[in-house]
Design a protein around this ligand. Structure first.
Ligand SMILES: *Cc1c(COP(=O)(O)O)cnc(C)c1O
Ligand SMILES: [Zn+2]
Length: 426
């Protein structure tokens, strides 16, 4: 079921052996993860800033840099989300050149997982799979269910049993088969690995993982293009499996190699919730391995205790001179509120993690105020409203009379303003 393609194929990161193109995620010799390797020399004549600018306003403008089977005709306008100058948040946390990459509004299912799934399913079809699936902490489930529906593929999706209700509903509505598994994500993922051996299914983050992961590079391409074909000084990025943060770096390196941006050092900063922070702990202790954890945090989309790309992510962050931080669940909620109150962007718990970590990195002087910094917001707040339960009083109602309204407003103004959340103060 393999296919061949001129410009890319799977390579083992450890021993360098090549595997062509097939649904396979690890080297059978050294068990290291496989990654898509490109013949950049063959690609170079076909890409320029102008050719990309002439493309559609979605991730397919970078088609030449993605592992897409010959003849693949993309028609789902995924990605190309806004890069927003965050002046208001910046004033609060002491940042002058802070940007938000806003994948809270990614099309079609409101998280950056739409990007990875579109690349994975293009390959699933080329390999001839008619059933696809994944193990998921929520957003991936939504993205696979939606895109499988559109492509007429059957979808079977496995999630931890205690997932947020909105993420469950956002999977079922597309007609996907949902399997709730007792245990945490790591149990679900282990089961999926066994399923991939037993069933002829394309599991996007298991046997299709190398292709899936490449979709994350588009976040990096977009950031560079939206900054006017320049690289930022710093990236702050949430980490679950540790894939996205690495692929943004890979995107920048490819752009440099192809002469599309000027070379410059970019530091990478990882963000996790303290209740599941194996990669952040590894970075903080300067290790090249991960101590797996048992997740316990409201940031469920980041709750992977034994991250597949954790060791590589930790090493990459340290190599770039970056750092990683982790924040408490209380700070996650403050981070959600702070981004909403300053920039009008409602993100999910993962974005609360990233915002709180960004504030702390400035507060601790790891990022200085004049550096160009992009904080990557990866998911939408409407999916995790339960994280804010109890944060706001349910308002009483008034009669439709001006006198009642005036009395009510006066009463509100007498009540002292609740103290504003200031995540930078932690
Ligand atoms: C999956 C996910 C991440 C992390 O992705 P990895 O590539 O596994 O590190 C971050 N944010 C959100 C909202 C996600 O769903
Ligand atoms: Zn190998």
């Amino acid at each position: 079921m393999a296919y061949s393609c001129r410009t890319y194929e799977l390579h083992c990161n450890e021993c360098g052996r090549s595997f062509g193109n097939q649904p396979l995620s690890a080297c059978d010799v050294c068990l290291a993860p496989l990654e898509v390797h490109y013949d950049l020399e063959a690609i170079r004549p076909h890409v320029s800033r102008a050719s990309i600018a002439a493309g559609p306003f979605n991730i397919w403008r970078y088609k030449a840099l993605l592992p897409l089977p010959d003849g693949f005709e993309p028609d789902l306008p995924v990605g190309f989300t806004p890069l927003v100058r965050a002046s208001s948040l910046g004033r609060r946390i002491g940042a002058e050149k802070l940007y938000i990459k806003n994948d809270a509004v990614c099309f079609p299912t409101l998280s950056f997982k739409d990007r990875v799934v579109s690349v994975a399913l293009a390959n699933a079809q080329a390999f001839g799979f008619t059933t696809v699936g994944c193990s998921s902490t929520g957003n991936l489930a939504n993205a696979v269910a939606a895109q499988a529906a559109r492509l007429g593929l059957k979808a079977t999706i496995l999630v931890p049993a205690d997932l947020e209700p909105a993420k469950i509903l956002n999977t079922l509505v597309y007609g996907a088969r949902l399997v709730r598994v007792e245990g945490n994500y790591d149990h679900v993922n282990r089961l999926c690995t066994q399923i991939a051996e037993e069933y002829r299914w394309g599991l996007v983050n298991v046997n299709l993982r190398p292709y899936y992961a490449e979709g994350s590079k588009t976040v990096g391409y977009e950031i560079a293009e939206q900054l006017g074909w320049r690289l930022p000084d710093n990236i702050v990025c949430p980490m679950a499996g540790g894939s996205l943060i690495r692929k943004i770096r890979k995107a920048f390196k490819e752009l440099i190699a192809l002469g599309l941006v000027e070379e410059k050092p970019v530091r990478f900063f990882g963000a996790q919730a303290t209740g599941c922070s194996p990669i952040a702990q590894s970075v903080k202790q300067g290790l090249d391995y991960i101590e797996p954890q048992r997740p316990n945090t409201i940031a469920r989309s980041l709750a992977i205790g034994n991250p597949a790309d954790g060791p590589a992510a930790s090493k990459m962050i340290q190599d770039t001179g970056g750092y990683a931080e982790d924040v408490s669940d209380l700070e996650v909620v403050s981070g959600i509120q702070e981004l909403a109150e300053t920039e009008g962007i409602f993100t999910e718990t993962a974005g609360g993690v990233t915002t709180a970590v960004t504030a702390r990195l400035y507060a601790h002087g790891r990022i200085t105020r004049d550096q160009v910094t992009v904080s990557v917001i990866t998911g939408n707040g409407l999916k995790t409203t339960d994280a804010l339960a109890g944060s706001y009083p349910t308002e009483q109602s008034i009669r439709p009379r001006l006198a009642d309204f005036t009395a009510y407003i006066q009463q509100l103004e007498q009540v002292s303003e609740p103290e504003l959340a200031t995540v930078g103060a932690y």
